[in-house]
Design a protein around this ligand. Structure first.
Ligand code: FES
Length: 145
């Protein structure tokens, strides 16, 4: 039987404005079966959407060291606000800064019916993280950052 590939809707395409980046914290199941926070950044660039784990390869800090600031002032690069590493938006490769040559961890993006979705990751369902039960909680736990 053919296996159905799971995709997870993160936001509407218009939730990420042109030449902008938005952070989300999802919940993921890791290799040990534990549910852990999964912070990602979604970037809209030249008509496409890219997603990366919100973690700098230099010292593991979140890129938006200054909250919600993911891009450099020209809005052409992702920027780690801690020590200034600059990353190509389309590839995640660090062009300049202390981790030059290293790469952000990419997350596969699929656009489905105007939703920006991610694939290739096991996202935890509603009772994932330690939080109070809430019947109105969406199927995938998403916290706008
Ligand atoms: S932690 Fe990102 S550049 Fe140092």
């Amino acid at each position: 039987m053919e296996q159905v590939r799971e995709i997870y809707a993160v936001c509407h395409v218009n939730d990420v404005a042109k030449r902008r980046a938005v952070g989300y914290v999802l919940a993921r199941v890791n290799d040990e079966g534990k549910t852990v926070p999964f912070p990602i950044v979604i970037v809209r660039h030249q008509g496409k959407y890219f997603a990366y784990v919100n973690r700098c390869p230099h010292q593991g800090s979140r890129l938006d060291f200054e909250p919600k600031q993911f891009l450099d002032p020209t809005q052409r690069f992702l920027l780690c606000g801690k020590h200034g590493s600059v990353f190509d938006i389309a590839t995640g490769l660090c062009n300049d800064g202390p981790c030059k040559g290293e790469q952000l961890e990419a997350v596969e993006v699929v656009i489905d019916e105007e939703e920006v979705c991610i694939a290739g990751v096991q996202i935890a369902e509603e009772d994932g993280l330690d939080r109070e039960e809430n019947d109105e909680m969406p199927e995938v736990v998403i916290q706008p950052d």
